[in-house]
Design a binder for this molecule. Structure first.
Ligand code: 9PG
Length: 453
């Protein structure tokens, strides 16, 4: 049985931030108009496809309300909905099944575990610097957070984007004058693990990496560097099919682990699988998976690797955790962006929840990261109910993270954060988007069905 009308299509976006959700029948696909948004909406090779489609897996609701699923058991595969039937493109083994929605997704997940491997293990409770400091994180700010945290039971303190000299030059900038090894030491002195953000494949045009090794970046057919992201200004990406690029990656990963970090949030990972003229043709996702394995081998089994902005199925078996939705934010829904600019990969609570639940079936393969929960009212426009939905989702995913500056929290907000971190509620899945948390029913259906198509 499915909760969606016959003809509905489960569209599985390419990387973490891309929509993964059931689409009502016969709604036309909409992709963003702004180039920077288009680049991060799905696999760029499929933006102009005439048919609805998704990365690796797709599903439809049949007339009898059964769900039919078609999923690849490998990399570089795409599923389209063609005249009511699912068609797979990709040179790998395929899995096809129909029946109860949760059962067919569980059966597919079990097959993926067999072929790609599954990882378990939990990162513990994470404090992440992004959703309060954004790129203004500094040594001084970090010290303030560690002091303010006191007895809040966080297991990991993770420094996000803003510490590096440039993407590619993974050294402390002037905001961390004592260096990243010292920052790790200060975190560890509080009894917590140190975490660090990197975008390992991204190469800033201004970086020493690019001036020293211009040949390591991915190029297009005019031999121009492929643009992989726009948010720091146009940025390039490594051609990970080159051995020298992979050697460089292995070296950098081993180096940051030696600085004292054992939780790495590796971001903008889709950039290793963008269309371009690769040195070696092996399939873009296969190249991503190879580079990911090289990083895993370099850091060892004990380093927690969280993949973000990452192709989904190709990350399974290598990373410990995977962001499965777009960023949350201090707003629930940025309507200008989601509706008027048709960008569903940007930050916002409602889309983060929707897509995370669309990927809940991955939970036995990898830790699914729904992004952080908010407890502050300062600098936050979410209502109490919206904040509670995010906190409940974190419990359901068993991935608890927060970014609030302790100094911003009112006494009752700090208490709520503390009980969120301490609680370990039982979780029962009652149906799609409906859960029982201890004795309380949490129903996300109204959120999911309110999203615009
Ligand atoms: C750091 C952030 C955080 C966040 C990640 C990721 O294109 N963009 O403008 C864009 C900006 C930020 C972003 C994704 C895209 O978020 O998901 O948690 O680590 O990077 O820069």
């Amino acid at each position: 049985m499915a909760n969606h009308p016959p003809g509905s299509f489960f569209q599985h976006g390419w990387q973490s931030w891309n929509v993964a959700a059931w689409r009502p029948p016969r709604t036309p696909l909409r992709y963003p108009v702004v180039e920077a948004h288009r680049l991060q909406s799905t696999d760029p090779d499929h933006l102009d496809d005439p048919l609805p489609g998704g990365a690796t897996v797709g599903a439809i609701v049949l007339e009898n309300s059964d769900v039919e699923l078609l999923g690849a058991l490998g990399c570089d595969a795409w599923v389209t909905l063609d005249n009511g039937s699912l068609k797979g493109a990709g040179d790998c083994e395929w899995f096809r099944a129909s029946g109860d929605e949760r059962e067919v997704f569980a059966a597919y997940s079990a097959e993926l575990a067999r072929v790609l491997g599954a990882r378990s293990g939990n990162p513990g409770r994470v404090w992440c610097s992004w959703y309060s400091f954004y790129n203004t994180i500094s040594e001084q700010a970090l010290t303030g957070v560690l002091e303010g945290m006191a007895d809040l039971p966080f297991d990991v303190v993770q420094i996000d984007d803003g510490w590096q000299q440039a993407n590619g030059d993974w050294e402390a900038n002037a905001d961390f004058p004592a260096g990243m090894d010292e920052a790790a030491k200060r975190i560890r002195a509080t009894g917590r693990s140190a975490g660090l953000w990197l975008a390992p494949f991204i190469v800033a045009p201004t970086s020493r990496l690019f001036s020293n090794y211009p040949d390591m970046v991915l190029r297009d057919e005019h031999n121009e560097p492929v643009i992989a992201a726009y948010n720091w200004g146009p940025s390039y990406t490594l051609d990970v099919t080159r051995e020298d690029a992979r050697d460089w990656l292995a070296n950098e990963m081993a180096r940051v682990v030696n600085l004292g970090y054992d939780y790495l949030k590796l971001d903008f990972l889709y950039s290793a699988a963008l269309p371009g003229c690769y040195a070696n043709d092996m399939g873009r996702e296969a190249a991503y998976r190879l580079a990911s394995q090289v990083m895993r081998d370099a850091v060892g089994e004990d380093t927690y690797l969280l993949a973000c902005g990452a192709p989904i199925v190709p990350s399974v078996g290598i990373y410990d955790g995977l962001r499965v939705g777009p960023d949350v934010s201090e707003t629930w829904d940025n309507v200008d962006r989601t509706q008027h600019l048709a960008d569903r990969a940007g930050p916002g609570g409602a889309d983060a929840i929707t897509t995370t639940l669309g990927r809940y079936w991955l939970k036995d393969l990898i830790n699914i990261d729904p992004d952080i929960a908010y407890f502050r009212s300062r600098f936050c426009m979410l209502t109490g109910t919206q904040k509670r939905f995010l906190a409940d989702l974190a419990q359901i995913c068993r991935f608890k993270a927060n970014s609030d500056l302790p100094a911003w929290l009112l006494p009752d907000e700090r208490e709520r954060l503390k009980s969120f971190l301490t609680a370990e509620p039982s979780v029962e899945e009652l149906g799609s988007y409906r859960f029982k948390l201890d004795d309380r029913i949490v129903d996300f259906m109204p959120i999911v069905t309110s999203r615009p198509w």
